[in-house]
Design a protein around this ligand. Structure first.
Ligand SMILES: [Zn+2]
Length: 214
C-alpha cells in the first residue's frame, strides 16, 4: 500500500536523524543546549519558500516568522513578540524580509479577495498596491510585470513598517542595529535577488523583469 504523506514525513525524519543529525551530532547537541540564530527571517507561508533550504543553512541559523505575503503587521502581537525576543533576547543583528515570485498573496492583493480574514490581512499591503498601480500606469506594464513590481514594492513597504515599529525605531535611534535586508526569492530558479541591502540602499524601483524569469 502506498505510504501516506504523513508516513512519508515520519520516514523523512528517520532519514534526517541517520543522514544529517547523527553525522553532525556535535553541532546538533550544541544547538540543543542553546539556540544562537544570527538572522531573524520574515517570509511567506508558501510551501515552496523554505528559508533554511534556499540558503543552504542548517537548523539553528534563523529565527523565523512566516505569514501570508511576508507582511509586517504593525498591530500584530505575534510578530512583535518574535521581534522582541529575536533582537532583545537573542541579540540578532540582521532581519531579512523575503518576498517571492508567484506569490498567491501578492496575486490576491492585485485582484482583491472576498474571504474576510484574508482580505483584512492583505489590507496591510495597500500602500504597495497603490505604488504598483502608479508604476504600472506610468510604464504600461503587463499583468505579469505588474505582479513583479507589486512583489518588490510589498517587501519595501513591509520594511518600512518594520522600521516604524517602536521597538526597531528606538533601537535605530541609538545606532544602526538591527540591519534590515529585503530579498526576493525566485521560485522558478531558486535564486535570491537583493532588493534592499543591510545599509538601507534600495534597488531602483520596479525594473522590468528579465524575459522568461517570471
Ligand atoms: Zn507567498
Amino acid at each position: 500500500m502506498a505510504r501516506s504523506t504523513i508516513d512519508q514525513l515520519l520516514d523523512g525524519n528517520a532519514g534526517f536523524v541517520t543522514e544529517e543529525w547523527a553525522p553532525n551530532a556535535e553541532y546538533y547537541k550544541s544547538i540543543a543546549a542553546r539556540q544562537t540564530p544570527k538572522v531573524l527571517w520574515i517570509g511567506c507561508s508558501d510551501s515552496r519558500v523554505s528559508e533554511h533550504q534556499m540558503t543552504g543553512s542548517k537548523p539553528g541559523t534563523m529565527f523565523v516568522h512566516r505569514n501570508v505575503a511576508n507582511i509586517v503587521a504593525f498591530n500584530d502581537v505575534n510578530i512583535s513578540a518574535i521581534l522582541e525576543y529575536g533582537v532583545v533576547h537573542l541579540k540578532i543583528e540582521d532581519i531579512i524580509v523575503c518576498g517571492h515570485t508567484r506569490c498567491g498573496g501578492i496575486a490576491a492583493i492585485e485582484d482583491g479577495v472576498h474571504e474576510n480574514y484574508i482580505a483584512d490581512w492583505l489590507c496591510i499591503a495597500t500602500g504597495a498596491k497603490e505604488a504598483a498601480d502608479r508604476i504600472a500606469k506610468e510604464r504600461k506594464l503587463s499583468r505579469e510585470e505588474k505582479l513583479a513590481v507589486l512583489t518588490e514594492e510589498n517587501v519595501k513597504l513591509q520594511i518600512k513598517h518594520l522600521r516604524n515599529l517602536a521597538l526597531i525605531k528606538n533601537m535605530h535611534a541609538k545606532g544602526s542595529l538591527p540591519r534590515i535586508h529585503g530579498w526576493l526569492y525566485r521560485v522558478e530558479s531558486g535564486t535570491i535577488d537583493v532588493l534592499v541591502d543591510g545599509q538601507g540602499a534600495v534597488k531602483p524601483a520596479a525594473k522590468k523583469p528579465a524575459k522568461g524569469r517570471r
